[in-house]
Design a protein around this ligand. Structure first.
Ligand SMILES: Nc1ncnc2c1ncn2[C@@H]1O[C@H](COP(=O)(O)OP(=O)(O)O)[C@@H](O)[C@H]1O
Ligand SMILES: [Mg+2]
Length: 227
């Protein structure tokens, strides 16, 4: 599902060049769950953003679902992101003036999908929020807001789910529940899951843990007895 080769990302930070990713190679098979760990600043978010086509690397190749992401023009990239990637962020990024149901409806409406209402109802039920669709984000707990964000990410049934510290703003019990939900979605939908977390206990729930440090992969371990 994901093939990253020799990925290098250099950025200018206050006029000085910084090497954020320094030759990362990573292969993720369809249906796999991979946790990406590493200290703050090790390049985890940058890696996820590149896989999602949100940014272009300095060098290296990124293939997602058979597509070379680095060769897509803006239009093709927008379509790739919409159809292939579901992105979940630490800070939820819901639209505060829309209800939970309306937030989930956004990608469906942008894609011109018909029959939005029953789809939204099913998505909210799938993330365990059947009764909260009419609530606004401010009326929901952090865990509930993250569930809405996950339902929105799933709306167009992307084969690849990218989650960047999705439990970072949540207490440990709620964080566990969100990881449980992501793992259930991987099992039930077969969606490949790339999960960034610096919590070792959560990372250990994945089948495989890739550790970054200073923009390099320093370990890549498969866990036989995961979950
Ligand atoms: N747009 C940017 N400009 C300059 N430096 C950046 C930019 N984005 C990230 N960085 C730097 O790259 C490094 C890795 O960042 P990031 O990928 O966010 O790490 P992580 O998610 O592992 O905490 C950090 O040192 C950060 O300061
Ligand atoms: Mg980060």
């Amino acid at each position: 599902m994901v093939r990253v080769r020799d990925l290098v990302m250099r950025l200018a930070s206050g006029g000085r060049p910084v090497t954020v990713l320094d030759g990362v190679s990573l292969q993720v098979e369809t249906g796999e769950v991979v946790a990406v760990t590493g200290p703050s600043g090790s390049g985890k978010s940058t890696l996820l953003g590149l896989v999602a086509g949100l940014d272009a690397p300095t060098s290296g190749t990124i293939e997602v679902a058979g597509v070379d992401v680095t060769r897509l023009d803006e239009r093709a990239l927008a379509r790739f992101r919409r159809e292939t990637i579901g992105f979940v962020f630490q800070a939820y990024h819901l639209i505060p003036t829309l209800t939970a149901a309306e937030n989930v409806a956004v990608p469906l409406e942008l894609a011109g999908v018909g029959d939005v209402e029953p789809r939204v109802t099913a998505l909210l039920a799938e993330v365990g929020l059947g009764a909260r669709g009419h609530h606004y984000p401010a009326q929901l707990s952090g865990g509930e807001q993250q569930r809405v964000a996950i339902a929105r990410a799933l709306a167009l049934a992307p084969p690849l789910l990218l989650a960047d510290e999705p439990t970072g703003n949540l207490d440990s019990v709620t964080g566990e529940q969100i990881v449980d939900l992501l793992l259930a979605l991987n099992r039930e939908r077969g969606a490949t899951l790339l999960l960034v977390t610096h919590e070792a206990g959560l990372a250990a729930r994945a089948g495989r843990v890739v550790a970054l440090r200073d923009g390099r992969v320093v370990s890549d371990r498969s866990l036989a007895a995961a979950r």
